[in-house]
Design a protein around this ligand. Structure first.
Ligand SMILES: C[S@@+](CC[C@H](N)C(=O)[O-])C[C@H]1O[C@@H](n2cnc3c(N)ncnc32)[C@H](O)[C@@H]1O
Length: 231
C-alpha cells in the first residue's frame, strides 16, 4: 500500500531531524534567516502576547517569537514529529516562555480564539490539505490576531523560475546526499515546493479560509514568500 502524504512527510522529518538545522542553512544559503527577520518586522509583535508556531520543527521561529513576546508572553511550538521536537528541546530550554507540543496542524489541539499570533514556517506545503490547515489557524487565532506564513513560492521572473527548479530538482537533493546522507528525503522538498501555489493563489486560499486582509511579499526573486493575514 502506498504511503499517505502525511505518513511520508512524517517519516522524512523523523529521519532528517538531526541534520535539519545544518541543511537548512546549506540549501537556502542562510536566506531563511533574512526572510524570517523581515516578516517579524512586518508583524510588529507586541510584548506580552500569546503565540503559536505551527510545524515548529527545530524551533527557530518559536525562539524568535519568544524573544519578541518576552517573559510576560508565551509561545507554543507544535509539530507532529517527536524527532524534530527532540532537536528543538535543547535550543528552547533556556526560554521558560516556550512550551513544545506534539500535535497535528490539520487538527490543532487548542480552543477557538486562543492566540494573538500564529506562525507557520515552511510547514504549510507539507500538510495533506492546505485549506484545512489554514482554517485551523483561522479558528485558533483571536479576532484581530495575525497569522504569518513563510513558504517556498513560484517565481514569476522568466528564466529565474527554471533556474530555481533546476537547483531544487537536481542540486539540492545532491546537497542532501552529501551533507545529510539522504537523497530521497531532500527530493521530497523539491516535490512539495513544485506543487505549492504561487503567492497570489496562496493569498486566495487564506481568504477562502476566512481571513479578510492578506498581505504578501516575495523574497529573493519570488522563490519564497511571506504572507500576513488578519482575522
Ligand atoms: C521544513 S520543516 C520547518 C520547520 C520550521 N518551522 C522551520 O522553519 O525551520 C517542516 C516541519 O513541519 C512538520 N510537519 C509537517 N506536517 C505536519 C503536520 N501535519 N502537523 C504538524 N507538523 C507537521 C514537520 O515535522 C517539520 O518539522
Amino acid at each position: 500500500m502506498s504511503q499517505s502524504k502525511e505518513q511520508k512527510v512524517h517519516s522524512v522529518f523523523e529521519s532528517i531531524s538531526t541534520d535539519y538545522d545544518k541543511m537548512n542553512s546549506v540549501i537556502s544559503f542562510n536566506l531563511h534567516k533574512k526572510w524570517r527577520a523581515d516578516i517579524m518586522e512586518r508583524m510588529n509583535v507586541k510584548a506580552g502576547s500569546k503565540a503559536l508556531d505551527v510545524c515548529c520543527g527545530t524551533a527557530d521561529w518559536t525562539i524568535s517569537m519568544a524573544q519578541s513576546v518576552g517573559s510576560k508572553g508565551d509561545v507554543t511550538g507544535l509539530d507532529f514529529s517527536n524527532a524534530m521536537l527532540s532537536s528543538a528541546a535543547p535550543k528552547t530550554d533556556k526560554y521558560p516562555n516556550i512550551t513544545l507540543v506534539q500535535g497535528n496542524a490539520m487538527q490543532l489541539p487548542f480552543e477557538d480564539n486562543t492566540f494573538d499570533y500564529v506562525t507557520i514556517g515552511f510547514g504549510l506545503r507539507n500538510v495533506p490539505d492546505y485549506e484545512t490547515a489554514l482554517k485551523e489557524m483561522f479558528r485558533v487565532v483571536k479576532p484581530g490576531g495575525i497569522v504569518a506564513c513563510l513558504e517556498t513560492s513560484q517565481s514569476e521572473i522568466p528564466g529565474y523560475r527554471q533556474l530555481f527548479r533546476l537547483y531544487f530538482n537536481y542540486i539540492m537533493p545532491v546537497f542532501g546526499k552529501l551533507f545529510a546522507k539522504s537523497y530521497n528525503e531532500y527530493s521530497w522538498l523539491q516535490e512539495s515546493a513544485d506543487e505549492f501555489p504561487g503567492r497570489e493563489e496562496l493569498a486566495q486560499l487564506f481568504k477562502s479560509a476566512g481571513f479578510t486582509r492578506v498581505d504578501y511579499r516575495p523574497y529573493s526573486g519570488g522563490v519564497a514568500a511571506g504572507h500576513i493575514a488578519i482575522k
